[in-house]
Design a protein around this ligand. Structure first.
Ligand SMILES: [Zn+2]
Length: 136
């Protein structure tokens, strides 16, 4: 084994959370470069974004080189769970691009998802069998 491989053996390395941290560092870098063109706040921005990037980089390095895989795996899973919840929430709250409309069953309050643009249709609730008409 090469020295690098031996050094990285048994360490956390790249997981979803660390890839997200690296992406965040790059995004923060691009944003701060864009803001350099605003002379009045240039130095404040550079300091704020610079220290934020350092924090992200420190978190990434510590996590990547950590040998406590159980703890890092727990963090990674919590991150993925949180991300899934945010994605689900965005999908529901952003209008238009989901291709679905959401209704509550008038009888049992069950959440129902139907395709958009089908005009007036009858919807049958899979939970209680209630049938009601809605415009999609
Ligand atoms: Zn129902």
């Amino acid at each position: 084994m090469s020295r690098l491989r031996r050094f990285l053996h048994g360490r956390n390395g790249f997981d979803a959370l660390n890839i997200a941290l690296l992406t965040a560092i790059i995004v923060v870098n691009i944003i701060s470069m864009g803001m350099q063109f605003i002379p009045a706040i240039r130095f404040v921005i550079a300091a704020a974004f610079g220290s934020f990037q350092l924090v992200l980089l420190a978190a990434f390095t510590v996590r990547a080189l950590s040998r406590n895989l159980t703890a890092r795996n727990r963090e990674n899973l919590a991150f993925i769970n949180g991300l899934t919840k945010v994605k689900r929430w965005l999908k529901r709250s952003l209008p238009g691009d989901s291709g679905f409309r959401f209704f509550k069953c008038p009888s049992c309050r069950h959440n129902l998802r139907v395709p958009k643009g089908k005009g007036h249709i009858f919807i049958t609730c899979p939970q209680c069998g209630e049938r009601f008409k809605r415009k999609t």
